[in-house]
Ligand binder design. Structure first.
Ligand code: SF4
Length: 154
């Protein structure tokens, strides 16, 4: 399972397959990480610095974090894509095609002037979590999205 949590400053990624329940997140920032709550992650409950510290203490790589850099990411169902914006300017896009087998992510692109900011990962996660919430199988032929889906840390 993949989930993406945002506040004004940061985006937190959670990949449940990688979590081995060391609970460093829970002990480091119990306000934001509470295994008895649903959803168990709520990053608005603690200062960003405290959330960041707890995420970076995760030993498995299940939790990762990036600054938002004033970039917003939206899921666009009609367009079969997720889109990254700064203000009204589109700066990135991730596209999928739907079939009877589920969703396949086939393209991820971020403008060259905005690479290296974690935007591509946010775009892929936006599709992953939406598809998984609908109980669809989400696969990728896009090499970048495939690397996010694999155990490599991108
Ligand atoms: S610190 Fe990481 S591995 Fe441990 S419970 Fe939290 S998410 Fe899972």
């Amino acid at each position: 399972m993949h989930r993406l949590y945002n506040n004004e400053d940061i985006s937190v990624f959670w990949d449940s397959d990688r979590c081995f329940h060391a609970k460093r997140c829970v002990t480091g920032c119990p306000e934001a990480f509470d295994k008895d709550r649903r959803p168990w992650i709520d990053i608005d409950r603690a200062p960003t610095a405290k959330v960041w510290q707890a995420v970076t203490a995760c030993p498995s790589g299940a939790l990762t974090v990036t600054y938002n850099h004033d970039v917003s990411v939206a899921f666009d169902e009609e367009g079969s894509r997720s889109v990254a914006y700064i203000g009204n300017e589109k700066i990135g896009e991730c596209d999928f095609e739907a079939s009877a087998d589920g969703w396949n992510i086939y393209h991820t692109e971020v403008d060259a002037s905005h690479t290296g900011l974690g935007i591509a990962k946010r775009l892929v996660y936006a599709i992953l979590q939406e598809g998984e919430r609908r109980k669809l199988k989400v696969s990728a032929t896009c090499s970048y999205a495939l690397s996010v889906l694999s155990t490599s840390d991108k």
